[in-house]
Design a protein around this ligand. Structure first.
Ligand SMILES: Cc1cc2nc3c(=O)[nH]c(=O)nc-3n(C[C@H](O)[C@H](O)[C@H](O)COP(=O)(O)OP(=O)(O)OC[C@H]3O[C@@H](n4cnc5c(N)ncnc54)[C@H](O)[C@@H]3O)c2cc1C
Length: 404
């Protein structure tokens, strides 16, 4: 049966997330967003404090199995929580989304590998200090959307891995956009093992950040989501044990990469919905109070229409995402085409309607006195996160059309 019923446990979890996002994340995020030097955001005790509190509440391990100490939450419950977190602290939430990537990939692909589970999954679930942080690096200076080009053998990751005895040696650089790049304790790194196979020649490696030869760039100075750390990661003769090759190169590469893309993009979609919902709520509140031409501006039809359009966008984007989450719950990782469709739709709506919500406030909308200008800035990176929307749309369309 398909329904929209939220049970008591889900309601309580969503309430906890809402309170945490509004009372803890939002005030810190608003202050940190204003720091001019992006590196100083992540050295700031307020950043570390919020992260630690998020870990203490278990937001880092929500999707990990209970057998390892995770919360084992299903995709529909996660949907409710991600939206609430994003509504209060989109930057912090954008960082929380990928930080379980290493632990989740191990739990999904190599649950019987005790060495990896004991090194990277159980300690991650036990962490209450917010110091065990995961990141994944596929994109590179020369590999952006090409990360999904599985068909042209000339396209490959320039980061390379070479087998040396019972270890792999990794050399190369990941792009400045790696989420959590500068603050991660462990990476999932895509590196080429067989150049003749193009992008399919890449394997996925687990690389601890404290390995000799790992270095990071400066934190990206960007338009919005300034509390999401993004930075380049460099590898110079970095050695990892052979069991740290978690996924080998070959024809299954697209399946593996697409599984991460399917799950990741649903999360980005909830970032967009939570963010847009907050923008709509702020604008609605303002429009009911602000009087011009003798009546609250919410009663002027052009403003009413903007609010109505934003409301429609939130409800339709959420409905698409819920279906994507539901499909993920039925058959993990879910349906690639629908996940991408939902992400592209939700993020486009967020960009368009956060700008319209700024307009509802008139000139007050562009002032830092209100939250709207930050919400508009935070929305834009979502159109590139986990893949540029144009390319995700092409990828979803290719799934629908199918192979010849
Ligand atoms: C917030 C955020 C978080 C991110 N996190 C990570 C991360 O954790 N790990 C990681 O590895 N990367 C991450 N990225 C990088 C992201 O995956 C890339 O930015 C994205 O894949 C696009 O690559 P690019 O920026 O190099 O753009 P390009 O691929 O150079 O594209 C530039 C423009 O051309 C368009 N374009 C490209 N190819 C085509 C085509 N065939 N047809 C039509 N249009 C096309 C694109 O849509 C885009 O508009 C993140 C990015 C952002 C913004």
């Amino acid at each position: 049966m398909v329904d929209f019923i939220i049970d008591e446990t889900q309601r309580q979890l969503a309430d906890t997330a809402r309170r945490f996002a509004l009372e803890v994340m939002r005030p810190a995020e608003v202050e940190l967003d204003r720091l001019a030097d992006p590196d100083s955001v992540f050295d700031d005790p307020r950043f570390r404090e919020v992260l630690a509190r998020a870990y203490q509440l278990g937001f880092h391990k929500m999707a990990l199995p209970e057998a390892y100490g995770g919360l084992g939450l299903d995709p529909m419950t996660l949907a409710l929580i991600w939206e609430e977190l994003a509504a209060g602290g989109p930057g912090f939430t954008a960082g929380l989304l990928p930080l379980a990537v290493v632990a989740r990939v191990i739990a999904f692909i190599a649950p019987d590998n005790r060495d990896l589970v004991e090194r990277y999954v159980i300690p991650f679930c036990e962490d209450e200090s917010g110091t065990r942080i995961g990141a994944w690096g596929s994109s590179e200076p020369e590999v952006g959307s090409d990360g999904s080009n599985y068909y042209d053998p000339r396209v490959r990751h320039q980061t390379i891995a070479v087998k040396k005895g019972d270890r792999y040696v990794i050399n190369g650089a990941k792009s400045s956009f790696v989420s959590n790049g500068r603050i991660a304790s462990v990476y999932l790194v895509f590196a080429c093992l067989d150049p003749s196979l193009g992008i399919r020649g890449s394997g996925a490696f687990i690389v601890p950040a404290d390995s000799p030869g790992v270095a990071t760039g400066r934190s990206l100075d960007k338009i919005g989501l300034r509390v999401l750390n993004q930075a380049a990661v460099y590898f110079e003769d970095v050695e990892v044990p052979e069991n740290h090759l978690i996924f080998p190169p070959g024809d299954d590469y697209p399946f593996f990469h697409n599984a991460i893309v399917t799950v990741g993009n649903i999360g980005v979609g909830y970032l967009a919905v939570g963010l847009l919902r907050s923008a709509y709520e702020e604008a609605l509140r303002y429009a009911k109070q602000r009087v011009q031409w003798g009546r609250p501006i919410a009663r002027h039809q052009l403003i009413t229409a903007k609010l109505f359009d934003a409301y429609t966008a939130i409800e339709t984007a959420r409905a698409l995402l819920w279906k994507a989450s539901w499909l993920s719950a039925q058959n993990f990782p879910g349906d690639l085409a629908l996940s991408l469709t939902a992400k592209v739709y939700a993020t486009r709506q967020a960009v368009r309607h956060t700008a319209e919500m700024v307009q509802v406030l008139g000139s007050y909308g562009i002032s830092r006195e209100y939250l709207l200008e930050k919400m508009m800035r935070d929305a834009k990176p979502l159109e590139m996160m986990d893949g540029a929307n144009e390319v995700l749309a092409l990828k979803a369309a290719a799934e629908l059309i199918g192979d010849e």
